[in-house]
Design a protein around this ligand. Structure first.
Ligand code: GAL
Length: 360
């Protein structure tokens, strides 16, 4: 019986590896899905007998969870997915995390594979939030509790399925905090004293509401405080450090000393921009200001060293904890009313004054 089960599992694993792109999963094939039923049949002392027994003995109690990440090659989402995986595994869930490679078609296929495998819940970091209406319809027809993370869909996209919730942050808040970081400098960002703050904006992927709202609200915070602004350039950097460096280098060579503030929608791009700032012979805190979002370790070090004006903590650990607790509530039968399907964790402003509190 156990051997038959093991063989069936091996078949499922082979299928899932093909469908999920194989090497993109964090799990080795030997760690792939095992059934819950099998766990009840096996006593620990039997586990050493043969390989099939070993597989069965490792089955955790909590159920099978599929986690879809938009792409593994993203600094912030790496911290987030590691926190998520650790939490889920500590709680005894059998977790499979897959890499969407920033390809919506691939992620859709991965979600469909998880549905076919009969996972107990899904956690999805969408490649394209605009594809979420289709995803929600798919998980609804299979009635799988689903937590969407990091890239917020519209309320209308989630509304049809009351066992679906978004866990993330209020992107407008992070933009407002970035603006406040500039307002808190000695000249409120107007380094050359010409009565306006001239800035460049290095934007994340504009499909993502975080990019849109951080761009909008960082500048709005200045204007709401009565500070005039001038946008010298806005360029899409897709959350990427190399692109951040390239864009900032181009802007500094084009606009020179006119650039007083470099707003980056995230820290990875800000760290790239910092390299360009140094290469151009400029000095953060003296003749230019630089802000990001996420509070990556390297950005915290830069804030402490004074080479970044500030950043905003995007709290991966708290978001992972909230995502898991919402998932468990959904699994236990909780439903979310239309219009109440977004749950937010607060951002925190990080400056040289409080940066020590965030360095691990
Ligand atoms: C943002 C984060 C970015 C990037 C993006 C991916 O919240 O600040 O660094 O990870 O999510 O969607």
């Amino acid at each position: 019986m156990k051997k038959i089960l093991a063989l069936m599992l091996a078949g499922c694993m082979a299928l899932s590896m093909v469908a999920c792109g194989g090497g993109s999963t964090e799990k080795e094939p030997t760690e792939e899905p095992k059934t819950e039923d099998s766990k009840e049949e096996v006593k620990p002392e039997d586990a050493a007998k043969d390989d099939a027994d070993k597989v069965e003995a490792e089955v955790p109690a909590g159920g099978k969870i599929g986690v879809c990440i938009y792409k593994f090659d993203d600094n912030f989402m790496t911290t987030y997915r590691n926190a998520l995986q650790t939490l889920l595994e500590e709680k005894g869930y059998e977790v499979t995390v897959v890499d969407g490679n920033n390809d919506q078609a691939k992620q859709t296929e991965q979600i469909n594979t998880f549905i076919t495998q009969g996972v107990d819940a899904l956690i999805i970091n969408p490649v394209m939030p605009s594809a979420m209406a289709t995803t929600v319809a798919a998980v609804q027809s299979a009635d799988i509790p689903t937590v969407i993370i990091n890239r917020e869909p519209t309320a209308a996209d989630m509304a049809p399925f009351n066992r679906c919730v978004y866990v993330g942050c209020d992107a407008a808040q992070s933009g407002t905090f970035q603006g406040q970081l500039i307002l808190e400098t000695e000249n409120k960002g107007d380094i050359n004293g010409d009565g306006k703050v001239s800035y460049i904006m290095i934007q994340g992927d504009p499909e993502n509401i975080d990019a849109k709202l951080r761009t909008e609200y960082s500048v709005k915070a200045l204007e709401d405080a009565g500070v005039a602004t001038e946008q010298l350039n806005l360029t899409r950097g897709d959350w990427d450090q190399n692109k951040g460096q390239e864009i900032c280098a181009n802007d500094l060579s084009q606009f020179g000393d006119k650039v007083e503030v470099v707003f980056c929608n995230n820290d990875a791009m800000a760290l790239g921009a910092l390299e360009a700032i140094k290469a151009a012979g400029r000095e953060v805190g003296k003749d230019i200001y630089l802000v990001g979002v996420d509070a990556l370790d390297a950005a915290l070090d830069a804030v402490q060293a004074g080479t970044m004006t500030g950043t905003v903590l995007n709290d991966a650990q708290s978001q992972a904890e909230k995502a898991v607790s919402c998932m468990e509530e959904l699994m236990n039968g909780k439903t979310y009313a239309e219009g109440e399907q977004s749950v937010y964790v607060d951002y925190v402003k990080v400056t040289s004054d409080n940066v020590k509190d965030f360095i691990k």
